[in-house]
Design a protein around this ligand. Structure first.
Ligand code: F6P
Length: 322
């Protein structure tokens, strides 16, 4: 029987995490369940950093980026000893079940709790959109909007100077953000970890774009691609000296900001579903967007694979750049 749910955010923060925490707390209240905040991700589990959360504690946060619970990447919880200790702490803290809001590493930590028989539900939240089993994670849409806004601005100055901009996006080993912003931002080319692109092809693509009458070139380089934006620019400066190149590394700007309407709605739906699932006896599952529905996907499946960029969109972006 579940009376008290612990909620934590873990891994890299993502816009919409706060809206999800709010949804978890308010849904639990509606079901007469108690909620405890676990601060700083799994570090909070290791240090018994627990605090009661009431409805008013999550007021005024729906529009805020970041996470009021703070987050961390906890190495200790990845060891069996750490997991045993964490489990003891949760039980000692009177927590009967945990909702883990985070990325793929956090889903693996949630899986470890599940394997020890502890009720847990995962909520996917990571700008990378590399979590298997869900079409979208919380934070992705806001990050896409941030990147596109940057590309639009860079195109203005790129056109004025007839320059080629190399724009580096986040994503760790997944090219999702780069591919999608390539399509919606109208980039000439996208370099991603999933496709090995020789540097000569970059020089050729930019030269061809100019030959077709373009006044600028935007090349999006995903984190994790074989060459980063700086390396590509160095190559172009040496081997295609006629091109004027500039590098923009968007960095952690992509992780901040007010969550978009889409992310707030997704966060609300995921938070509600996570509490409903726990109170109906589900365990070891992740809430996920599959088509139009919010469904449950076993954590065992989620953690068995990693999601990569959709190459249909990669090809679409290439065609539309002509
Ligand atoms: O997982 C989100 C993410 O922003 C990745 O895109 C990136 O590789 C990583 O986190 C950066 O982590 P940190 O905030 O620890 O520098």
């Amino acid at each position: 029987m579940i009376n008290c749910i612990g909620v934590l955010t873990s891994g890299g923060d993502a816009p919409g995490m706060n809206a999800c925490i709010r949804a978890v707390v308010r849904t639990a209240m509606a079901r007469h369940l108690q909620v405890k905040a676990i601060n700083q991700g799994f570090d909070g589990v290791m240090n018994c950093d627990f605090k009661d959360l009431q409805a008013r504690d999550v007021g005024g946060i729906i529009q805020q980026g970041g996470t009021i619970l703070q987050t961390a990447r906890c190495k200790e919880f990845y060891t069996p000893e750490g997991q045993d200790k964490g489990l003891k702490n949760l039980r000692y803290g009177g927590i009967d079940a945990v909702i883990v809001i985070g990325g793929d590493g956090s889903m693996r930590a949630a899986m470890a709790l599940h394997e020890r028989g502890f009720p847990v539900i995962g909520v996917p939240a990571s700008i990378d959109n590399d979590i298997w089993g869900t079409n979208m994670a919380i934070g992705v849409d806001t990050a896409l909007n941030t990147i596109v806004e940057a590309i639009d601005k860079l195109r203005d100055t790129a056109s004025s100077h007839k320059r080629a901009f190399l724009v580096e996006t986040m994503g760790r080993r997944c090219g999702y953000l780069a591919v999608m912003t390539g399509v919606i931002g109208g980039a000439e080319m996208v370099l991603i970890p999933e496709v090995d692109t020789p540097l000569e092809d970059v020089a050729e693509t930019i030269a061809e774009a100019y030959a077709r009458g373009k006044t600028h070139a935007i090349v999006i380089v995903a984190e994790g691609a074989r060459f980063n934006a700086t390396a590509v620019a160095e190559y172009l400066d040496k081997n295609a000296a006629a091109l004027q190149t500039r590098v923009t590394i968007l960095g952690h700007i992509q992780r901040g900001g007010r969550p978009t309407a889409y992310d707030r709605l997704l966060a609300a739906r995921f938070g509600v579903k996570a509490v409903e699932a726990l109170s109906e006896g589900a365990m070891g599952q992740m809430v996920a967007q599959t088509g139009r529905e919010v469904a449950l996907v076993p954590l065992a499946e989620v953690t068995s694979r990693q999601r990569g960029a959709n190459l249909d969109y990669y090809r679409m972006g290439k065609m539309l750049a002509k």
